[in-house]
Design a protein around this ligand. Structure first.
Ligand code: ARG
Length: 572
């Protein structure tokens, strides 16, 4: 497709008589909020000092000098300090619709990521512990990023860094040895492992000998004692099975499940490298790397005083392993902002590991805010945490009630309710910028009229029902583009044009909310178009053009929602 912005930048560059790089121009060019001010604007105030002219004069001068084909830009206007560019809407319409007609379900797909590898570390729940609502958020954000990077041609690797290691497994083994036969782990295993853990933990705090036994069990587990490894595997397997129920509902996928236990076997090398770097120092018996020079007050502990490694050590082993195995350009860690310090520390220590500069530069913590339930809900049900799986089912149930009321004759209500319920949850997780807190309010997220997943699905269903009424779908070649030059059509066409850029922007900021907001804008623009322009009209040419545009909106809504991880129903 023609890159209008690029054409404008080239034209400005040729016209100015001062030095300015293409990159800088790229940053300066704005997209006016109000289309009355053009499609692109170039603000001139930054050059006033240098050129000793008023911004307005600079804009006037530039306007005289700029040469750009009317096929790209139909008009240039000076408005105060701004130079406003009005792109040729017929060319735009032609470009966008042609591109969609050529690429269909692959519109926006690109190769810009070719040759680059992105590791995404997300979800990562802890075995024998509940999958909490924060894990839901990383699963959804990480999954969306995964899909989008892949769509842009990156080699993308989804890693589920399971929390499957730690001294607590010594306690669990000790507890299970004592009372295991009383607990049937085929049902609600995580609750039961939680109970065993609580019981043994209480006992450990009363009885030093039990604590010692648990420590010994952990040591034996590390040394590979078969019986204990089997128990640990059992705890891991039943936990993964539980998590998988949630992943199945959400449609989550991982390429690798290497967890902390896997990396625990690789920490010796990390310690050795750090030792050799001369930066590993003793502190109260522990071995730490001091990071004050890097502006981090808290040293990074590498080995505790009893010699065992910690979470950070295993994460460092994973960085080393991933850099060697994947030679990644980016390695993204999707966790809540509570782990900010942890990632600052390990990224600083990673510089000592002797891995490639590009890998070091590519380490990035993709943090997110808290998820809150509407007041009081977080700890209901007899003091237990609300289970994520229950929340998902509750949302699906609520969706079903709404569907039953709105469309009692719908044939596959269960399936649609699942798409709508899960779509609502996923969209809610992604709709606000990731560092803002999220409210998990089932009623609000299911509002078909709100800024929600179901709203987007609803507009998609509307496009489907328009298209269903048409016997013969118009062909792109037969369209008369003059019929799509009204403001409602153009608003849509401009959005469709932006799609690929939006995806790129998501990857630049690791911010899927940009795509979520975009889909809301597109759905709203279609809603306005639909209300203002009758689609099924006498005039065949007008009808065909509007139907065609509807089909384009339909495709892009679906592609975009799917990239976020949301399934689209055809009816609802
Ligand atoms: N298991 C951790 C938790 O539940 C998250 C792990 C994130 N990934 C990582 N490589 N540290 O908080």
């Amino acid at each position: 497709m023609i890159d209008f912005k690029h054409e404008i930048i080239n034209a400005i560059k040729k016209a100015v008589d001062f030095d300015i790089s293409e990159q800088d121009l790229h940053k300066y060019i704005e997209k006016p909020k109000n289309s009355a001010n053009g499609d692109y604007a170039f603000p001139c105030f930054s050059f006033a000092k240098q050129l000793k002219k008023s911004p307005q004069e600079i804009a006037e001068n530039l306007k005289q000098k700029i040469k750009i084909s009317p096929e790209y830009v139909q008009e240039i206007k000076v408005s105060g300090p701004y130079l406003n560019f009005y792109i040729n809407k017929i060319t735009l319409t032609q470009e966008v619709l042609n591109e969609i007609s050529k690429n269909q379900e692959n519109y926006g797909k690109s190769k810009i990521g070719e040759g680059k590898t992105i590791v995404i570390d997300y979800s990562a729940p802890n075995i024998a512990k509940p999958f909490h609502i924060g894990h839901l958020k990383t699963t959804v954000i990480g999954g969306a990023l995964y899909n989008i990077y892949k769509y842009l041609g990156y080699n993308t690797i989804g890693e589920n860094f399971l929390g499957d290691y730690g001294t607590q497994f010594g306690k669990l083994i000790e507890g299970y040895k004592r009372w295991g036969k009383d607990y049937d782990l085929t049902q609600n295993p995580i609750d039961k492992l939680g109970e065993i853990y609580k019981r043994i933990n209480d006992l450990c705090s009363e009885d030093e000998q039990v604590l010692e036994a648990a420590r010994e069990d952990f040591k034996q587990l590390e040394n590979g004692k078969e019986e204990y490894v089997e128990l640990w595997k059992k705890f891991r397997d039943v936990s993964i099975k539980e998590f998988q129920k949630i992943y199945d509902l959400l449609g989550s996928h991982f390429d690798s499940w290497k967890g902390e236990a896997f990396y625990a076997t690789k920490t010796d090398e990390v310690i050795q490298i750090l030792q050799e770097s001369g930066r590993l120092v003793e502190s109260n018996g522990a071995k730490v790397v001091d990071l004050t020079d890097e502006g981090i007050d808290t040293p990074c502990i590498i080995c505790k005083s009893n010699g065992s490694t910690i979470y950070a050590t295993r994460d460092l082993a994973a960085i080393l392993y991933r850099a060697r195995t994947y030679d990644f350009d980016k390695c993204l860690y999707v966790t809540s902002y509570e782990q900010n310090l942890h990632f600052k520390q390990i990224f600083a220590v990673a510089k000592l590991l002797g891995i490639k500069e590009k890998c070091i530069k590519g380490l990035k913590h993709v943090s997110y805010g808290m998820v809150r339930l509407p007041s009081g809900k977080m700890s209901t049900r007899a003091g237990n945490f609300v289970k994520v799986e229950d929340l998902l089912h509750e949302t699906i149930e609520e969706a079903k009630k709404i569907i039953e009321e709105k469309n009692p004759d719908l044939s596959n209500k269960e399936e649609v309710a699942k798409k709508v319920g899960i779509g609502a949850v996923i969209f809610n997780s992604l709709a606000t910028s990731r560092n803002k807190d999220e409210i998990f309010d089932i009623k609000a997220m299911l509002n078909f009229q709100g800024e929600t997943g179901p709203y987007i699905q609803y507009m998609y269903v509307r496009t489907k029902s328009v298209l269903e009424k048409i016997e013969k779908r118009p062909k792109f070649e037969q369209l008369k583009l003059e019929n799509l030059q009204d403001e409602y059509s153009i608003a849509i066409i401009k959005l469709l044009y932006d799609f690929e850029n939006i995806l790129v922007e998501v990857t630049e900021k690791e911010e899927p909310s940009i795509l979520a907001r975009y889909l809301l804008d597109l759905a709203k623009a279609y809603s306005v178009f639909y209300n203002e322009n009758r689609i099924i009209v006498e005039d065949e040419e007008v009808k065909n053009a509007r139907v065609y545009l509807t089909a384009c909106v339909s495709k892009v809504l679906k592609i975009g929602a799917n990239l976020l991880g949301i399934d689209m129903p055809n009816k609802m």
